[in-house]
Write a protein that binds this ligand. Structure first.
Ligand code: NAD
Length: 476
């Protein structure tokens, strides 16, 4: 059993002041596989002090110096890909294709930050003035469990690219991934204090980061409820805030689509990351006059989706991350049935033959209304809801009738029509007939899905304040 008994402050692994231990589980077996010692408010304060002390020197580094540091960071993280893969499968249960992607993604995010930094304009003219983009100060970076290593790497690389220093509060449930990333970052030889990592609970370490006047900016990825709380609590110290939150993304199937052809995309989008993805396409909008045909093809396709041991190559859906998450998903399946949606596949309980592990049956509800809770609330599991619509206008209206606006997919044969509909959907990202991810494009959401954007120049800008410089002209 792995015991993680230190955190990373001011360039060293140190023993936390906090005394509490937190159990780490393997969600495929429900066994305790490790423990992490959690930090407390004092640890967070110590990390913030270190990041503040490192800020003046780091904020004055040149572009070339930052690029050199980020390249070392990229190399060190890329070298840990296999270890990350094992940690991701063990403590989180992502199936093989997904876990491979998640193990590669941390290094990819650093590469995109380097790309963006290479061409970023830190100074430009505005009339007679010069505008100098200036780092905001120490950034507090808070990550979720569903892509912990990726979000630590992305947020840190972007903050450092902008000239900020950072205190990272990773998800307490992903301490093995955090440990590997921390070791890699240590090897990268970044100056002491520019990044600090404090394992801890959200309501202890997270709250201290949000409250502390030494933190100028928060970048948070997690649930909309916690995001809202951070926004209001952060207002007291006027924090700059970037929020990447939840979703209830629509997959709009147009009536000219070949259902057999698009079904793999529909299911991959919905069951992405075992359904534990912010961008999962969980509302499937289907033309009413072809609903029966869609249902028949969908039922057949879901019968081949395998939920089970993530180490087996043919597994599509791994376990839910925790017992709590498993219960939550079961509860939503009951809610869907109580609300009167028709169960097309799956349902309550574990998949046949599995008696241990937080596994869920891939579940499809159909003939649902967009007003049902299963259509409005983020379930965060492999539970999809088919909602019929009459015409394109109604499809767009249902797609937009949600508190969220993170992502959407449009599937159809007529590309111009798809694009027309894509432009009408209120979401940070709309994909047409593809699930391809472009890490250089801005990522983030409308409405309750968040505030601001990450990635590319948009990501770097979020850690900078524009400063206008006006000089007395030479002739005056
Ligand atoms: P969560 O909101 O419970 O926790 C996220 C992080 O916030 C954790 O590190 C947690 O410890 C911390 N936290 C909790 N309470 C806090 C508080 N009061 N103050 C400060 N920090 C606090 O989310 P989760 O369950 O870890 O992740 C799943 C959620 O994340 C889903 O809603 C999902 O949609 C969302 N998510 C969004 C994106 C995106 O890019 N939009 C990506 C991945 C996940």
């Amino acid at each position: 059993m792995q015991r993680i008994d230190h955190m990373y402050i001011n360039g060293e692994f140190v023993t936390p002041h906090g005394q509490q231990w937190f159990d780490l589980h393997n969600p495929s077996t429900e066994e305790i596989i490790g423990q992490v010692r959690l930090g407390d408010e004092k640890d967070a304060q110590r990390a913030i002090a270190a990041a503040r002390a490192a800020f003046p020197a780091w904020s004055r580094t040149t572009r070339e110096e930052r690029i050199a540091a980020l390249r070392r960071m990229h190399r060190a993280i890329a070298e840990r890909e296999e270890e990350l893969l094992q940690a991701i499968v063990t403590e989180y249960g992502a199936p093989s294709v997904r876990s491979r992607w998640m193990a590669e993604y941390p290094a990819q995010t650093v590469a995109q930050a380097i790309d963006a930094l290479e061409s970023f304009e830190f100074e430009e003219r505005a009339g007679a003035a010069r505008v100098v983009m200036t780092p905001v100060g120490v950034a507090g970076l808070i990550t979720p469990w569903n892509s912990n290593a990726g979000f630590i790497s992305n947020k840190l690389a972007t903050a450092l690219a902008a000239g900020c220093t950072a205190v990272i509060k990773p998800s307490e449930m992903s301490a093995m991934q955090t440990q590997i990333v921390a070791e890699a970052l240590h090897e990268a030889g970044l100056p002491p204090g520019v990044f600090n990592i404090v394992n801890g609970r959200g309501d202890v370490v997270g709250e201290e980061i949000v409250r502390n006047p030494g933190i100028a900016k928060i970048s948070f990825t997690g649930s909309s409820a916690v995001g809202q709380r951070l926004l209001s609590a952060g207002a007291v110290t006027m924090k700059r805030v970037t929020l990447e939150l939840g979703g209830k993304s629509p997959t709009v199937v147009l009536d000219d689509a070949d259902f057999a052809e698009i079904m793999p995309l529909v299911l991959q989008a919905g069951f992405l990351n075992s359904g534990q993805a912010c961008i999962a396409g969980t509302r499937i909008l289907v033309p009413r006059h072809r609903l029966a045909e869609f249902e028949q093809i969908a039922r057949e396709a879901v019968s081949h989706v395998k939920s089970g041991d993530p180490r087996q190559a043919d597994t599509d859906i791994g376990p839910m991350v925790s017992a709590r998450q498993w219960e939550r998903v079961q509860n939503y399946i009951r809610i869907g049935m109580d609300e009167g949606a028709a169960l097309l596949a799956g349902g309550e309980g574990r998949p046949d033959g599995l008696h241990r592990g937080w596994f869920v049956k891939p579940t499809l509800f159909t003939n649902a209304s967009n007003q049902m809770r299963i259509a409005r609330e983020e379930i965060f599991g492999p539970v999809l809801t088919i909602i019929p619509y009459t015409d394109d206008a109604e499809a767009v209206s249902i797609a937009n009738d949600t508190a969220y606006g993170l992502s959407a997919i449009v599937l159809g044969k007529d590309i111009e029509r798809c694009e027309r509909i894509a432009r009408l959907i209120d979401a940070g990202r709309v994909l047409v007939n593809t699930l391809v991810h472009e890490p250089r494009a801005p990522f983030g959401g409308f409405k309750h899905s968040g505030l601001g954007r990450e990635m590319g120049k948009w990501g770097i800008s979020a850690y900078l304040e524009p400063k206008t410089l006006m000089m007395e002209s030479a002739q005056a």
